[in-house]
Design a protein around this ligand. Structure first.
Ligand code: ADP
Ligand code: MG
Length: 238
């Protein structure tokens, strides 16, 4: 795994009085592509929310690049270099593609050295350049997902988080998005952490996977295990 970029230690978090996350431990290495897998309702999105800071961590800690970020605001984390693609994409349908990308600028803004990566976004997703004047809402589901990823990339993050990027997207486009993620990882050194239930995307893209059940990590899959469809199916159906 190499040097860690994220260390999540024994965190408890949830909504209101009850904790959804029941002592989650998880490490992401610099330059890795790591996934959390598990069926609906086990707490995958909750873990993402804790990592970007939109819900409070009640107990335990999260560090990013050796800095404790457990109580930092989402904006602070974004500026530190954490980009996020939410479940359901949440692009602005009334804004143009270009305007949607502009809303991603706050990621990494505080770092003078960070340059905005519009060229990079258009290089990886040329369709966005072609459609840059078109309203976001007129794009196909797959193109909207590319736009959501592009928006997160504009601020030049170190770590890209994606919550179920394959949902509602046709298989050929899922493959295409998977290839883009692999290339971003190889060529830009981007660390990627995703929540996913799509077996093809997991086996083609992911290097290590944490299987989750009932708010806990129950297993870590690596090497050939993340390419083992039977094993993946077992954890996704748990
Ligand atoms: N905003 C919320 N308020 C209250 N409970 C929630 C909220 N979001 C999710 N939950 C509950 O938390 C649990 C975990 O949900 P979630 O993290 O979204 O699961 P997953 O992403 O693995 O499908 C579920 O029982 C769900 O009903
Ligand atoms: Mg979810």
């Amino acid at each position: 795994m190499g040097e860690p970029i994220v260390v999540i230690s024994e965190i408890y978090a949830g909504y209101g009085s009850g904790d959804v996350l029941q002592g989650v431990n998880l490490t992401i290495g610099k330059g890795e592509i790591v996934a959390t897998i598990g069926r609906n309702g086990v707490g995958k999105s909750t873990l993402m929310k804790a990592l970007i800071g939109i819900i409070d961590v009640r107990k335990g800690s999260i560090s990013f690049e050796d800095t404790d970020i457990t109580i930092r605001s989402p904006k602070w984390r974004a500026r530190k270099g954490i980009g996020f693609v939410p479940q359901g994409r949440e692009i602005f349908p009334e804004l143009s593609v270009e305007e949607n990308l502009l809303t991603g600028e706050q990621v990494g803004m505080a770092r003078a050295k960070r340059k905005l990566r519009y060229e990079l976004v258009y290089e990886y997703f040329p369709i966005l350049k072609e459609r840059r004047r078109q309203r976001g809402g007129t794009l196909s589901g797959g193109q909207q997902q590319m736009l959501a990823i592009g928006r997160a990339l504009v601020g030049n993050p170190e770590l890209l988080l994606l919550d179920e990027p394959s949902v509602g997207i046709q298989p050929t486009i899922i493959q295409q998005i998977g290839r883009s993620l692999l290339m971003l990882n190889h060529e830009e050194g981007l660390t990627i952490f995703l929540v996913e239930q799509n077996i093809s995307l997991i086996e083609n893209v992911v290097q290590r996977a944490y299987a989750m059940d009932k708010g806990r990590i129950v297993s870590v899959l690596d090497g050939e295990q993340v390419k083992d469809r039977d094993l993946l199916t077992q954890y996704l159906a748990m």
